[in-house]
Ligand binder design. Sequence first.
Ligand SMILES: CCCCCCCCCCCCCC(=O)SCCNC(=O)CCNC(=O)[C@H](O)C(C)(C)COP(=O)(O)OP(=O)(O)OC[C@H]1O[C@@H](n2cnc3c(N)ncnc32)[C@H](O)[C@@H]1OP(=O)(O)O
Ligand SMILES: Cc1cc2nc3c(=O)[nH]c(=O)nc-3n(C[C@H](O)[C@H](O)[C@H](O)COP(=O)(O)OP(=O)(O)OC[C@H]3O[C@@H](n4cnc5c(N)ncnc54)[C@H](O)[C@@H]3O)c2cc1C
Length: 676
Amino acid sequence: MTMVFLNKEIRDGDNPDLTEERKTATFDTNKMAEVIYGSEKLARRRREISQAVSLIPELADSKPLPFLSRNEKILESTRKVTALNEHLPRLINMNDEDEAWHIHSEVIGFEGNPLALHHSLFIPPLVIQGSDEQHEKWLGRAKRREIIGCYAQTELGHGSNIRKLETTATYSLSTQEFILHTPTINALKWWPGALGKSSNHAVVVASLIIKEQNYGPHLFMVQIRDEQSHEPLPGIAVGDIGPKMAFNGADNGFLGFNNFRIPRGNLLNRHCNVEVDGTYVRPPHDKMNYAGMIRVRSRMAAEQGTFMAQALTIAVRYSAVRRQGFLENKSQEVKVLDYQTQQHRLFPAIARSYAFIFCGFETIQKYETLQNEMNSGNVSLMADLHALTSGIKSVVTYQTGEGIEQARMACGGHGYSMASYISEIYGCAIGGCTYEGENMVMLLQLARYLVKSVELAMRGKPGDLGPMVAYLAYPDIKVDLVTGPEAYVKMFQHISKRQSIKATEKFHRKMESGVSRDEAWNQCAVELTRASRLHTRLYIIETFIRRVDSIEDLSIKMVLTDLMNLHLNYELLDVASYALEDGFMSSTQMGFIKNQLYSSLEKIRPNAVSLVDSFQFSDLQLRSNLLNFLFQVLGRRDGHVYQNLFEWAKSSPLNQTEVLPSVTQYLKPMMEKAKL
Ligand SMILES: CCCCCCCCCCCCCC(=O)SCCNC(=O)CCNC(=O)[C@H](O)C(C)(C)COP(=O)(O)OP(=O)(O)OC[C@H]1O[C@@H](n2cnc3c(N)ncnc32)[C@H](O)[C@@H]1OP(=O)(O)O
Ligand SMILES: Cc1cc2nc3c(=O)[nH]c(=O)nc-3n(C[C@H](O)[C@H](O)[C@H](O)COP(=O)(O)OP(=O)(O)OC[C@H]3O[C@@H](n4cnc5c(N)ncnc54)[C@H](O)[C@@H]3O)c2cc1C
């Protein structure tokens, strides 16, 4: 099996319809991959990792995953992740999180695995919140996978409102221990990934109580299972929460404590502390304990963009080999990718995938700056990044869900089959609307920041506005969209600014009319979330433009400019009513945007397959590999869809016998009875 992804690579035996598409590309997909992943080296490393994985048979799925029961899925994902563990040091740079993410996604797919959260949610809070001494004690063991961990914050009764978490960690002055307790059923930890059956350690978030005073949520390192027997330790109740919409290769779990004691040194205390005599040492920022969540959210734009890109790779390749119906030439049916409706369904989502990945890289860099600043005691960037990542997390997860669902529909009936793999991608990605902060809740967090910024602008203090919101004080000057991207940005700024101001004014009016602040906020909440979405979409547009501006290779710049123009017109059209409402946009401009959008679709068409090829997902990653089984078939790089769909169906366990017990036990007796 060849795993090399050369541009316009023509391989003997590939579906000629896909080969034809690759020949029309105006750019080199390897060069594009460098832009997507950040450098020649990073893109090459991904290819090398894919290649290496493809040569290790034990890392391939041993059975088609959609046909497995939940227990079998967990067993299979555990087999693969432990086999992978043996190879990891040879295959990746163990300190490179992106390489780790990539290789796990190759080997595991979207189903999840019992170590799914170990690297993304257990080790990071330990790094961020743990002291050097605590790193010494646990970090090495965690990195070597001597222990397996998870992040246990959410409870049965509370997830969004962390301040109301009911699990308590009460400091015992006499024994210098914390006593962890679950006072009610509602207080059971509920949802943490890998908690149910796999982890033997957890970073537990509990309300810290000292001398009957509640200091709010804090993070504790807790051993929950015996390292030898893997039995829960006395005082701990733990288990799996049952099957989910997707991600069923992971064991999301519940956890309860019955006056379970841990040493004082298990409070993660890099930024705060409880001294022996019970004195509480405050962190430099009230929400320091939430820093880990900012980190995860900052990574979500790139992650989700990649999820959507995988679904689109499947849908676009399939659309280039699927022929149905006629255009002018009645002697041959057309590729469905030639229909304008199909292009309109898929191409704006391709543009969003690129936009999210570009935006994601900027956000991750911003987080890294924050992390460095926090380490030297400067927390001034936290509020801005919390607001930004709250918005980005919400907008990208929602739009990714939309994009993946459109990809599924674009594959017609076969998109609905699990052979497409799109439902698994969707199920995993859409969880992002909920996990790491429910989207509405996070949009309202950003809205707090926007309202405060508008208030500053209203008070005539535009100089106090941060760079991300400086536009809230800009004057309204009409723009001519023909002049290019900057004019689109200005139009978007006007729309976003106007909505933020409108929502703030409404909020103020409500309060002036005597409604309490909280109630007024709730009565304006829909308008506030709209402001947050617009602000975030504007930010994503700006990062897209910045990235395209920075590109030197002309052929890449040209195709990305087409994609960016498509994005600008699609996004602006989607929110045009806001600008038509106050006459800032004319109906002529609206017509212009539509025409630009349709012409962008035509420009993208010859490059569509190569734009998705450029993500360089291996067939294994898309579950299209042929190594042992035919798991997913629609997105195959070689485009041979139909015969593999048939093979896939034949491998269904239902087809291993001609007459099922359902027939002998029920249908046959029913039919026999009817004959009497
Ligand atoms: C390839 C396949 C791979 C598969 C991958 C799939 C993996 C799946 C993995 C799944 C993994 C899933 C893993 C999981 O899901 S882990 C669980 C994640 N849980 C959450 O995200 C919970 C969401 N809730 C919260 O974060 C808090 O409760 C919020 C923030 C909503 C309110 O909180 P609180 O009630 O305490 O605050 P307040 O509203 O009174 O606001 C007060 C002030 O505080 C400021 N503030 C708030 N927060 C921050 C902050 N962080 N930095 C700086 N500032 C912050 C805020 O701006 C405000 O400022 P001001 O306005 O007053 O000035
Ligand atoms: C796949 C998956 C993996 C997860 N992994 C983990 C994990 O590893 N560790 C962990 O600790 N947790 C995990 N979680 C839990 C997750 O973080 C929470 O479910 C999430 O934060 C949402 O909280 P909730 O369930 O309490 O939702 P709720 O807050 O109950 O949401 C229900 C509805 O109420 C609305 N709502 C709530 N509060 C407000 C408000 N203030 N204003 C307006 N509307 C509001 C929401 O918008 C939503 O529509 C996971 C969840 C999922 C789905």
